[in-house]
Design a protein around this ligand. Structure first.
Ligand code: HEC
Ligand code: HEC
Length: 94
């Protein structure tokens, strides 16, 4: 009996602190994985039918009508960050 009591775990101050930190990290990850915050791609006929990066960059490259802002990432897939518009037809012919 005495032995059992000795082994019983009682959370101390440091344990509570540790659990608090773990909870904070989990909460941050869960909240952070929510909505994408980047400007979505507009839903117009141009954007609903553009699917390749090369296509995007004819207008959004340095010489285009609407260049990406200075310091914008030069690699990566556009739709990874900019949400696709509703009714986007992708590469599939319509
Ligand atoms: C024919 C030219 C053209 C093509 C191709 C094009 N865009 Fe655009 N895009 C524009 C113009 C002009 C605007 C700004 C006016 C507007 O809101 O429609 C714009 C706006 C945007 C915006 C909103 C931010 C802003 O500047 O208002 C995003 C994001 C965007 N385009 C991403 C893309 C992506 C990703 C592709 C490829 C799938 C793409 N565009 C293809 C011309 C184009
Ligand atoms: C790693 C994420 C990421 C990728 C990939 C990416 N962008 Fe962006 N883009 C951003 C961020 C962040 C901004 C800053 C403004 C914002 O919140 O939309 C931005 C801004 C823009 C803007 C101006 C938007 C405005 O509101 O003025 C355009 C146009 C644009 N990106 C086009 C593109 C195109 C075209 C591609 C693909 C070649 C692309 N982006 C790929 C993250 C990204």
């Amino acid at each position: 009996m005495a032995n059992q009591q000795k082994n019983a775990w009682k959370p101390g101050k440091r344990d509570m602190l540790f659990l608090g930190v773990v909870a904070a990290v989990v909460l941050t990850l869960v909240l952070g994985s929510g909505e994408r915050k980047t400007t979505p791609v507009p839903s117009d006929s141009t954007h609903r039918t553009s699917s390749s990066k090369a296509q995007c960059l004819t207008c959004h490259g340095q010489e285009g009508v609407r260049p990406q802002p200075k310091g914008h990432i030069q690699s990566g897939q556009c739709f990874q960050c900019h949400l696709q518009p509703d009714g986007w037809s992708g590469a599939a012919p319509k």
